[in-house]
Design a protein around this ligand. Structure first.
Ligand code: CTP
Ligand code: MG
Length: 389
């Protein structure tokens, strides 16, 4: 475990609101989001800043234990930097409770809404850095994209130039001494600390905010946050393989994993089973592992004369080792002989068993056309789908 230096920065995470507009039946910070609390998402990011900071979590009376559990879940080795305190009746009152819990060495204080649960750690770092380098109050802000009107009831009274507007986010950062002085003197309630500081005559600067800095206020915001956290859907990986072998080998025919007594053999390295070779290429291609020649070529004499069971089992091993599971394989055989349909089920079952995934096999003639039609050889196409394991 690494030694954490004494923090000079504190982040007060205000989570003591009731969440009236969300209306989820619990204080907003303790409402579920992707299987855990909104607060735990905010804290996870706050504990991931470049510089370890004291973290003061301000919660509604009675929720101190739940906040401790969230801290235990996400703080990791920064666990000892966290404190939980009980909040006040207004956001400003809650911030004041957090300020009272700061450690003596703290020089920079950030105030952050738990409801802005997805603010990236980089935004927090940016605010800390800007307070340190300028000494001014700093807030993250994003440009306003909507066209804004001033209204009186339903009547528009003026257009507002949006280039003059910015949407304020949190965390907002301050020099500790300046913020404490402003809080000690404050006589009215402000919606954020930047407003309080500005009213006290201080310069407030902006740094770039982040689209993920939106505040969960309404049920639609909660849906948006859940959508952001949704794991990406992983698409299957598809591969195609083909093979052609001429009739004329020694012994009996092997095709689609089956021996066909009385039928003329196919020629080729191994048993000439063009169906299993096409499947191997499809699987290797889907996994991005090259082709059959790379893995089973003439450089691997141990595969000479081998049947589908050996090739396919080894291919399955390679594909699984590369992190995939076989989804399914579809095979189409073009051949004038043998008549395939009586043994289709048998072939499917043999191949499926080897690969541990459904293999469907179809066969067709080519109406007498081409090398397949003259009976010179067979041609096989295979498509394989893989999913990440
Ligand atoms: N907050 C707080 N103490 C309060 C009121 C608000 O710590 N007495 C916190 C909220 O928990 C939230 C942040 O301030 O993280 C921003 O407030 P807001 O989004 O208004 O949250 P709520 O007050 O909980 O929601 P609502 O206004 O809909 O009731
Ligand atoms: Mg509120």
């Amino acid at each position: 475990m690494s030694i954490i230096p004494v923090p000079r920065v504190a982040i007060i995470v205000v989570a003591a609101g009731s969440g009236t507009r969300l209306g989820a039946g619990a204080p907003k910070a303790f409402v579920g989001l992707a299987g855990r609390t909104i607060l735990s998402h905010a804290l996870e990011r706050v504990f991931a800043t470049a510089e370890p900071a004291q973290v003061v979590v301000v919660v509604p009376a009675g929720y101190e234990g739940e906040a401790e559990a969230d801290i235990a879940r996400v703080a990791g080795e920064r666990h000892d930097l966290a404190r939980v305190v009980t909040g006040g009746a207004t956001r400003q009152g809650s911030v004041a409770q957090g300020l009272a819990a700061l450690w003596g060495d703290i020089e920079i204080v950030l105030v952050h809404d738990a409801a802005r649960a997805l603010v990236p750690p980089a935004t927090v770092d940016r605010v800390i850095e800007a307070v340190r380098s300028t000494g001014h109050a700093i807030i993250p802000a994003v440009p306003v994209v909507d066209t804004i009107k001033r209204v009186d009831g339903t009547v528009i009274t003026a257009a507002v130039d949006r280039s003059e507007l910015a949407a304020a986010q949190t965390p907002q950062g301050f020099r500790r001494d300046v913020l404490l002085t402003a809080y000690a003197a404050v006589g009215q309630d402000f919606t954020d600390d930047a407003a309080l500081m500005q009213a006290a005559g201080h310069t407030v600067l902006t740094v770039a905010g982040d689209a993920l800095g939106f505040k969960v206020t309404t049920p639609a915001d909660l849906e948006r946050a859940a959508a952001v956290l949704q794991p990406p859907v992983s698409l299957p990986r598809i591969g195609v393989g083909t093979d052609v072998h001429a009739f004329g080998g020694d012994g009996t025919l092997w095709l689609a994993g089956l021996e066909w007594p009385g039928e003329q053999a196919l020629s080729g390295h191994s048993d000439g089973d063009a169906a299993s070779h096409a499947i191997v290429d499809a699987l290797l291609s889907a996994a991005g592992l090259g082709d059959i020649g790379m893995h089973f070529g003439t450089a691997r004499p141990e595969f000479a004369g081998a049947h589908a069971d050996v090739f396919l089992a080894e291919t399955r091993r390679l594909v699984e080792q590369a992190g995939f599971r076989i989804g399914n394989v579809s095979v189409q055989i073009q051949a004038a002989r043998p008549t395939f349909s009586p043994r289709r089920e048998e072939a499917q079952s043999v191949l499926s068993n080897i690969l541990g995934a459904p293999v469907s096999v179809a066969a067709t003639t080519t109406d007498g056309l081409g090398f397949v039609g003259t009976g010179a050889g067979v041609q096989v196409f295979a498509v394989a789908a893989l999913t990440p394991r």
